[in-house]
Design a protein around this ligand. Structure first.
Ligand code: SF4
Length: 196
């Protein structure tokens, strides 16, 4: 006679019971085991983006998940290289591959902030306030300092008291338009974060 320890007895009777109960309910353990495991990102929302870090401008895919309820905010859960992007063909360097940490960093600046002269406090402001303020200060400075002619009387149309730093994550088209706008104002000091 075969001898069972208490542990072996529980194992054998437990698995037989589970198998017979599943069969009664119409489940086939064989079919279940043969099923292809679902890709973990299938239900995620995919957003195409450009890596924020350098001038290479690699394409990335950002996967976000939420619970689908009203007012629920999606959260980025995975970032990988975009295989269809002509620049990187799905690859990312270590900096780009760690973008998820950057996205969720508690110190990432997400809103415009303003620090008044003499104050040590940064105050959060709306995008409208920020853009209005930038436009107003640009105009004031350009009106006061625009140079139409140099000392020889030659037309130069330059504005050298303000500079612009453009973003490296811009597309070629956005970069082209940014350059045209800045130069049309007479700005000489125009650079791009991609060179940093
Ligand atoms: S993944 Fe690396 S190489 Fe590509 S843009 Fe980002 S920092 Fe530059």
């Amino acid at each position: 006679m075969v001898q069972f320890s208490r542990r072996q007895f529980m194992k054998v009777t437990g698995s037989s019971l589970a198998a017979s109960s599943l069969a009664v309910m119409g489940f086939s353990p064989t079919a279940a085991l043969a099923e292809v495991r679902q890709y973990k990102l299938t239900a995620a929302t995919v957003t195409r983006q450009t890596c924020t870090y350098c001038s290479v401008g690699c394409g990335i895919l950002m996967y976000s998940m939420g619970d689908g309820t009203l007012n629920n905010k999606l959260s980025v859960i995975h970032v990988e290289g975009d295989p269809d992007h002509p620049v990187n063909r799905g690859t990312l360097c270590p900096k780009g591959a760690s973008l998820l940490d950057f996205v969720h960093s508690p110190s990432r600046l997400q809103y415009p902030e303003y620090r008044a002269p003499g104050s040590s406090e940064w105050k959060r402001i709306s995008w409208d306030e920020a853009l209005d303020r930038i436009a107003k200060l640009l105009k004031e400075d350009r009106d006061a300092n625009f140079i139409e002619k140099n000392e020889k009387g030659q037309t130069v149309n330059r504005w050298v008291t303000t500079g612009m730093l453009a973003a490296s994550a811009s597309s070629n088209e956005a970069g082209y338009v940014t350059h045209k706008v800045a130069r049309s104002w007479g700005l000489l000091a125009l650079d791009n974060q991609a060179r940093v």
